[in-house]
Design a protein around this ligand. Structure first.
Ligand code: AMP
Length: 213
């Protein structure tokens, strides 16, 4: 089963994707993670996109489509979870073509609904483990021992440079202008499965499980 997790920044896409990886052996394809990785490893593309990402703008369709195309050639385990991709109608059209090219189909688009106020609170407090990727929040999900990851025990907590209020405003604007039209696009294809993203992590996970069957 191949699915998209669709929703604004801070909706919980990454957190829920990680659960699906654990529970269903699915493969998470996060274009945001791939771009951050490209930056950390010092590739030319990483350098080019770092400034755009820091400002909260979208990078070009060509770059992210190229990244996804490459990943679709690899193992697909229990299916792919597209997390943070597609973000534009052009990317959505390309994804359809790429899936066809790789003999795959898209089975569901889970739309995670969260209001803007909750997003600001979630994003400005979040941090992740740089080793295993576990996501934390200083108020709603702190680690048991400050600075140490509950899952892997490493002390490599990281805040994202674009998780500040100014960049978030731009990211939300980009979402409403360029990404939210995908809700109608996938509704018309009868793939859209809206879930309430405002609940506890477990509640949202249960709702996602129900809609995916
Ligand atoms: P994310 O980790 O999904 O919040 O993405 C972080 C940043 O990476 C975004 O604010 C964009 O600058 C860039 N990015 C990630 N995915 C895409 C995409 N599909 N299209 C364009 N830009 C993207």
């Amino acid at each position: 089963m191949n699915i998209i997790l669709l929703g604004p920044p801070g909706a919980g896409k990454g957190t829920q994707a990680r659960r699906l990886v654990d529970e269903r052996n699915m493969i998470q394809l996060s274009t945001g993670d791939m771009l951050r990785e490209a930056h950390t490893s010092g590739t030319e593309m990483g350098k080019v996109v770092a400034e755009i990402m820091g400002a909260g703008k979208l990078v070009t369709d060509e770059i992210v489509i190229g990244l996804i195309d490459e990943k679709l050639r690899g193992e697909n385990g229990g299916g792919f979870i597209f997390d943070g991709f597609p973000r534009t109608l052009a990317q959505a059209d390309s994804l359809a073509e790429l899936l066809e090219k790789h003999g795959q189909t898209l089975d569901a688009v889970v739309e995670m609904r969260v209001d803007d106020e909750a997003l600001v609170a979630r994003i400005t407090g979040r941090f992740t483990c740089g080793n295993c990727g576990e996501v934390y929040h200083k108020v709603t999900k702190p680690s048991k021992v400050e600075g140490t990851c509950d899952v892997c025990g490493q002390q490599q907590m990281k805040f994202r440079t674009d998780d500040n209020e100014e960049s978030l405003r731009t990211r939300l604007m980009e979402y409403y202008k360029k990404t939210s039209p995908l809700i109608g696009y996938y509704y018309a294809k009868a793939l859209l499965k809206p879930v309430n993203g405002l609940g506890e992590i477990e509640e949202v996970a249960a709702e996602i499980s129900t809609v995916l069957g």
